[in-house]
Design a protein around this ligand. Structure first.
Ligand SMILES: Cc1ncc(COP(=O)(O)O)c(C=O)c1O
Length: 485
């Protein structure tokens, strides 16, 4: 049996340190059934601390080392060390963010950080709350928009309301579709507006689509503009989206889950110009900025609306006759009851680095991405999907040598569609690089490398990544050609 756990707890830092050391590979990939057979996962019998340490080491042995420069697979990244310290502290102090009573200083921290962020995004008189991820933050935006237009929704539900429609960019995140389902609109009520070659919503199409729904007697309730799409990192013309929303009187949301971190940089925040006209904004510091999972927020331009839309006034938690100022019990703004202290880790990072330090990290991230873009553009065998840097996403195909002088017809692209995942497979199996791939609209499978505030990625790292893709590309095509009858 295990001891009471305190001595095990003291070892945790060194266990984590060992498994995050320089020599440890990025990934030791093993297929699911095989991995299950290797790990002792059954919890029926207790083990002693020594055995527990061995089991934990085994688990970490097979875990992805997301803090490495070669982890380019996702939009999240290595945690900011200050943020990680903050996350560990809040885990240790295990409390909930709903009342001042159980989270006094953490409550003030959430309010302070939100106030600072609201000012940064240009809606100083707004309100906000931390949410468990961007998908939920977007749902908060939709719920607020619907409540603002039809406050009776809260008691009467949807039955007496007109048919409502949501508008979003074709390249936006799938969470909008999920929200339409969860919130009872139905996924057919989402209009996916076509984008241009840079992945930005075509404003004229947005206008036409809204007009069409109005003509059909439907009620446009929510327009989502993008500040950093998941794949291309595209930023919509936010001013133009705001003009359309203003013209028709529709709630404007900006999904800045990915690109919102550019607001940290005086140089790059101009890319998001117009965001201060939004009614709601979703932002995930757990993506580009490196706040540990999860750290996400919804910002709303109207104070009090979140509370009105979401409150249930539970007597056993939010008693109005408490002995302190109950306006500091912020939990009734939330759809959750118990809520993690997500603001503190962000506060620790921000307090340590200040606006200036975080701005410098944003600038460094964009400079790295710019170098990668230029290198990819000029390197034989690489072909960019889009040559404009909006967010730090670089999307490209690697064309193996045997395909280079062939006509890029349908068959050629079908081959490319298969080559990209094969290269990825070899990169993972050899632990050289984890990089994402995807098809997009008419584009066949291509790679996406994203850059974030952490870790620092230097020019030689980028050359190494591209070399790993080239070498894997040539190896797999040799195998493919050898196996072709
Ligand atoms: C642009 C964008 N918006 C929203 C989300 C959803 O965020 P979360 O994964 O925190 O739910 C993502 C996730 O990748 C995203 O890329």
């Amino acid at each position: 049996m295990s001891s009471n756990g305190t001595s095990f707890l003291e070892k945790v830092l060194s266990i984590v340190k060992d498994e995050r050391s320089e020599e440890v590979p990025l990934i030791r990939f093993v297929h699911p059934k095989e991995l299950e057979a290797k790990l002792d996962l059954d919890v029926t019998e207790g083990v002693n601390d020594k055995q527990l340490e061995e089991r934990v080491n085994e688990i970490l042995h097979y875990s992805v080392k997301t803090h490495k420069t070669t982890f380019r697979n996702q939009l999240f990244c290595a945690p900011d060390p200050y943020g990680l310290a903050g996350a560990w502290i809040t885990e240790a102090f295990n409390t909930s963010q709903y009342t001042f009573e159980v989270a006094p200083a953490f409550t003030l921290i959430e309010l302070k950080i939100l106030d600072h962020v609201l000012k940064l995004f240009g809606i100083p008189n707004g309100d906000g709350i931390f949410a468990p991820g961007g998908s939920i933050a977007i749902m908060y935006g939709i719920v607020a928009a619907r409540f603002k237009k039809f406050p009776e929704i809260k008691s009467k539900g949807m039955k007496s309301l007109p048919e409502m429609v949501i508008f979003t960019s074709e390249d936006s995140h799938y969470s909008i579709t999920k929200a339409a389902h969860w919130l009872g609109f139905g996924t057919d009520q989402v209009r996916r507006i076509p984008v241009n070659s840079k992945g930005q919503m075509i404003i004229q199409k947005l206008d036409e689509s809204i007009r069409n729904d109005l003509d059909m007697g439907r009620c446009p309730i929510f327009v989502n503009g993008m500040a950093g799409t998941t794949v291309l990192g595209s930023i919509d013309d936010i001013e133009a989206v705001a003009d359309v929303c203003q013209k028709y009187g529709i709630w404007m949301h900006v999904d800045a889950c990915w690109g919102g971190s550019l607001m940290m940089s005086p140089k790059y925040r101009t890319k998001l110009k117009g965001i201060e006209r939004a009614n709601s904004i979703s932002w995930n510091p757990h993506k580009m900025m490196g706040a540990p999972f999860q750290c996400s927020m919804i910002l709303i331009d109207e104070k009090g609306l979140l509370h009105k839309a979401n409150s249930a006034a539970a007597n056993y938690l939010f008693q109005q006759d408490k002995f302190y100022d109950v306006s500091y019990d912020t939990g009734d703004k939330s759809v959750q009851c118990g809520r993690k202290i997500d603001a503190f880790k962000l506060w620790v990072m921000w307090k340590a680095r200040g606006d200036l330090g975080l701005g410098q990290l944003a600038d460094r991230t964009m400079a790295t991405a710019e170098f990668c873009l230029k290198t990819v553009a000029n390197r034989p065998g690489f072909k960019l999907v889009s040559d404009e840097l909006q967010c730090p996403n670089i999307c490209f195909w690697y064309i193996p040598k045997f395909m280079r002088d062939k006509e890029q017809d349908k068959q050629w692209w079908e081959c490319m569609h298969k080559v990209t995942p094969k290269i990825k497979e070899l990169l993972v199996l050899s632990s050289r690089l984890m990089v994402s791939y995807t098809p997009l609209r008419l584009h066949k499978n291509f790679f996406r490398i994203a850059f974030q505030f952490h870790p620092a990625v230097d020019e030689p790292h980028i050359i190494d990544m591209l070399r790993a893709i080239e070498e894997s590309g040539e190896t797999i095509t040799m195998c493919m050609l050898e196996n072709t009858p």
